[in-house]
Write a protein that binds this ligand. Structure first.
Ligand SMILES: Nc1ncnc2c1ncn2[C@@H]1O[C@H](COP(=O)(O)OP(=O)(O)OP(=O)(O)O)[C@@H](O)[C@H]1O
Ligand SMILES: [Mg+2]
Length: 227
């Protein structure tokens, strides 16, 4: 599903070597933790997958195809097949929960007659069916994050990238979010979750990839926290 072949990333302005000679492969259906201290290169790693940044050297492959070949509309199409969840949720505040999800469906080819049913189903999955008319500002942080996850997966992405989705949440709510992501993974979506959280990585053991100052220092199928 995702392959990095000798990928390095140098941010030219600051001359920061954010990633150095990364080689790895993530298979379809995996749920992988991407961990490491602040500044280790986690967000940069995810940015390379959606091609919001390009490597200075090496190649990123998705489903066997090099992203270097993707240009213009092909990049946009590629991004539409990937769901993304960020720490700061980035919902559209002037739209209700329902409208935020509608907005996500608008860029897909899903027929409009199916939208209502899809939105109702996904809101049920994230436990927010009763809040469809509410605006993001009227939701708790955990609820907003659940809407952000709903928005990321309503398009049936093959791959879900989550960058610190539990960043500001208290442990109970983080745990709910993790359960939700596990359910989504069980339905077949490949997930890469960037996190600093020792609790998350320890509580539910999964393959854990650790970056340190841009280098891949650990790739452990049994997981557990170690930096
Ligand atoms: N746009 C940018 N321009 C220049 N340097 C950058 C840029 N973005 C990130 N960096 C640098 O690249 C390195 C990796 O940053 P990155 O954001 O990938 O780390 P991270 O592991 O996601 O950190 P955090 O846990 O704090 O989110 C850091 O040294 C950072 O300062
Ligand atoms: Mg980051």
């Amino acid at each position: 599903m995702v392959e990095f072949h000798r990928v390095s990333l140098l941010y030219p302005k600051t001359q920061t070597l954010a990633l150095e000679e990364i080689n790895l492969s993530i298979k379809k259906g995996e749920f992988v933790y991407l961990t490491g201290h602040s500044g280790a290169g986690k967000s940069s790693f995810l940015g390379l997958i959606i091609k919001s940044i390009v490597p200075s050297s090496g190649q990123v492959y998705i489903a066997g195809e090099s992203l270097a070949k993707y240009k213009g509309g092909r990049v946009a199409y590629h991004r539409r097949r990937i769901g993304m969840v960020f720490q700061n949720h980035s919902l559209l505040d002037h739209l209700s929960v329902y409208q935020n999800l509608e907005f996500a469906l608008r860029i897909t080819e899903a027929p409009q007659k199916d939208w209502a049913e899809r939105i109702t189903n996904i809101l049920r999955t994230v436990g927010l069916a009763h809040k469809h008319q509410v605006y993001p500002i009227q939701l708790s942080q955990g609820e907003r994050q659940r809407v952000a996850i709903a928005r990321a997966v309503i398009t049936n992405p093959v791959l879900l990238l989550a960058d610190e989705p539990t960043g500001n949440l208290d442990p109970d709510v983080s745990w709910e979010i993790m359960e939700l992501l596990s359910e989504i993974n069980l339905k077949g979506t490949t997930i890469i979750l960037a996190t600093h959280s020792r609790e998350i990585v320890e509580q539910q053991r999964r393959r854990t990839i650790t970056l340190r100052k841009g280098k891949l220092v650990r790739d452990d199928l049994n997981g557990g926290y170690a930096l």
